[in-house]
Ligand binder design. Sequence first.
Ligand code: MG
Length: 466
Amino acid sequence: MAGMKKLLLLGLAVLSSGTAALEGARDKSDSPNFVVIFCDDLGYGDLGCFGHPTIKTPQLDRMAREGQKWTNFYVAASVCTPSRAGLLTGRLPIRSGMCSDMRRVLFPDSKGGLPKSEITIARALKKAGYDTAAVGKWHLGHLPPYLPTSHGFDTYFGIPYSNDMDKVAEGPNREIAFDPKSEYWDVPLMRDKAIVERPAKQETITKRYTEEAEKFIAAHRRKDAAPFFLYLAHSMPHIPLFRSKRFVGKSARGYYGDVIQEIDWSVGRLLRALREGGLAEKTLVVFTSDNGPWLIYDTHGGSAGLLREGKGSTWEGGMREPTVFWWPGKLKKGVVTGMGSTLDLFPTFLALAGAEMPGDRTYDGGDLSPALFGTGASPRREMFFYRGQRVYAARVGEYKAHFITKPAYGKGQIVEHDPPVLYHLGEDPSEKYDIAEKNPEVIETIRKIVARHEAGVEPVEDQLAR
Ligand code: MG
């Protein structure tokens, strides 16, 4: 009897290890690579393919022609830290404690960061056998427990927060930013968890991020190389602006244009590295920005094109970003007008990698595959526009209701609207003509959707107030 039991147990063990082997047997070559190129404070109107008349972006224009241009693509917040938390976790920053009514982003004296309990795209893909690298701006906590290498990235090279922090020069940013020198800001450049340069020489930062990313791609040319996730988060075009010597004075748009044209060059280098490495057909590349243009910096800030306002605001210009997807031979080429968000990248990448979504938490996005491959529409129907910890506005279909408004920066007052201000973004993308009065039923629907969303948000520790 005992022997029988032992045999049975042994059989079960064989059976379960057999299942494990089968699960692990998904051919690595089926798993696409993912590259996210994330700019800082690039506006909706700043690329040639999004209508800018004087900034030349031939590489991004080509990327859009070969892939998909998304015209209704949103980020999770209108400033750096919460926007990045949203992209990497697939969850609105209110769920991870990465947005706050006390401080809008993390600072060099902050003690908090993205909690260890959060699962980043890198950590989820790592579990599915991916190699992972973060290059560029992090801004999810610069202390060791919060750095990229503590959040699923094998390696990190970059500036861990905004390039205008640790200011040592005299005078307000508003003045010194117009003729910037690297030594005005004592920002660190890090490799993994160590500071390797301080102040970071920002004149060459875009170039060096690009070289680092190219090296990572080149290391994955081998047929038997693991699939990879590369997160390249440029420090540019966040103020203070810097560009390499060869881009100085090149753009008709002036200093800001030079900076964007270097980013465009960088995109071209990465796509070329993928093509030459035989990786283009195996790699989904997404280009977008963390929030809208920093309009208070005059010509050193970008443009949101026809959208209202910019960085820091819950108007469209703060959170709708110029976005391009690229995957030659796979994506249905064209312009996608359906809604999408950086919050959708987590579920999209996991689905494409054949990995399961963690079942123990709420996600705020969906798999964009139908829109990417032309088999259907984007699953996104709603978008919540948070400022700090409050929902200021919500978009449902083509309608967007603003319950609260406040100027992006400065001492302007909060204004609560009841009824909310309502716009139809199809007919009025610039949010100029309030149609609330004629559409009480639309407002009722949006109110219900917001109430349902808010009821599903659990309170967590505010990481930015620490
Ligand atoms: Mg930003």
